[in-house]
Design a protein around this ligand. Structure first.
Ligand SMILES: [Fe+2]
Ligand SMILES: [Fe+2]
Length: 367
């Protein structure tokens, strides 16, 4: 039977569609909504049943009529409480204003009885998920009613697209800053890897409940951006061979605030925190604000450790390259002074992995 034939079938004539009962078991048994007696709706439910994308059907009071397996899976992964109502289900991801807008749009014929907007889903053990929710009207009866009897809800996964655009844009900025400060070789790649490795170690430790899957996913890329503010530092200060004067130091230190300013539009505040605070020290002797201890955001404390370990291992005009063990000894010495003592303990636990990252990502022309 063709789809248009199904649509023309008398809604009361459900006998003819009996085999569908088997094919849409969850919708029929769990939701048991009267609207499912409409053949058009049952046809839609049947086609959504096998879709790898989350689909649902709702009635005119925005209560679920049907949710496909992918939609149910998404609710389970992100631990949404089970509700009949779409708005109550997504209460955590929709501001009251957005929920109001949605409700108004779906009742507004001039706006086509449709709505689309973004929903972001979060959980400790699953990567954040950004979806675009499309809600479209469905007219079920023969006669055209003033309002649609039901709506189709489709969640379009735009996470990757969004991350790709965002990171593409900020990577270009990073490349621009590297053109000014180009003697650091693969330093930023290694800082990315050390920071990710340290964060992975914290993930399983209850002392750091804020370290979730997204934290690990984001910290590498954002730790690599720590010095992006140097784009605003004058070249003669940035590339000066000898020691900096006090005045020049003052300007140099501004790269932290400049970085925070540049990254302020990045949606994850971690970007700004790292740029601003990667030169703060645990004992309050760092810059720009002399913050101390846990006042310094965790992501910045991790980046500091990663950044300093790598700086120690590199040969610079003012210092030789430290062998791994000397760098480790220096970091141990500065436990609770420059660095978060608990993070130093984690660092010491995985120091061999960090040495390996350094070796595998060495600069081509020596350190
Ligand atoms: Fe810096
Ligand atoms: Fe650095």
């Amino acid at each position: 039977m063709a789809m248009d034939e199904l649509d023309r079938t008398d809604p009361d004539d459900v006998e003819e569609l009996a085999p569908l009962e088997d094919e849409v078991p969850e919708a029929a048994s769990e939701d048991e909504h009267h609207l499912l007696s409409f053949p058009a709706l049952r046809t839609l439910a049947r086609s959504y049943e096998r879709s790898p994308a989350p689909y649902a059907l709702i009635d005119d009071s925005l209560r679920f009529v049907y949710r496909n397996p992918r939609f149910r899976a998404l609710l389970a992964i992100y631990e949404y409480e089970s509700h009949d109502s779409l708005l109550a289900t997504f209460a955590r991801s929709l501001t009251p204003e957005t929920a109001g807008e949605l409700r108004a749009a779906l009742g507004n014929g001039e706006r086509g009885f449709l709505w689309k907007g973004h929903l972001s889903h979060r959980a400790k053990d699953a990567p954040a998920h950004l979806t675009k929710m499309h809600i479209q009207p469905l007219w079920l009866s023969e006669e055209m009613r003033p309002r649609p009897e039901a709506y189709a809800v489709y969640l379009d996964d735009v996470t990757e697209e969004n991350v790709r655009h965002l990171r593409g844009m900020f990577s270009s900025l990073l490349e621009a800053s590297k053109m000014k400060d180009n003697d650091t070789g693969r330093h930023i790649e290694r800082v990315n890897l050390y920071a990710s490795r340290l964060a992975r170690e914290l993930y399983h430790d209850p002392r750091w409940p804020e370290v979730d899957v997204d934290f690990i996913e984001d910290i590498g890329f954002l730790a690599a951006m720590h010095d992006v503010g140097k784009i605003g530092t004058p070249d003669d200060i940035l590339n000066k061979k000898g020691p900096l004067s006090e005045f020049e130091w003052g300007i140099m230190k501004e790269h932290t605030k400049n970085g925070a300013f540049i990254l302020s539009s990045y949606p994850n505040p971690m970007a700004k925190e790292i740029a601003l605070s990667h030169h703060e020290r645990w004992n309050g002797s760092g810059y720009p604000y002399n913050w101390m201890g846990p006042m310094i955001p965790l992501a910045a404390r991790i980046t500091t450790l990663a950044d300093v370990y790598d700086a120690l291992r590199m040969r610079r005009s003012y210092k030789p390259a430290y062998p791994h063990q000397s760098a480790v000894a220096k970091i141990r010495e500065d436990r609770g002074i420059h660095f978060d003592p608990e993070l130093v303990d984690v660092f010491l636990k995985i120091e061999e992995d960090l040495a390996l990252i350094f070796a595998e990502n060495a600069d081509e022309f020596g350190q």
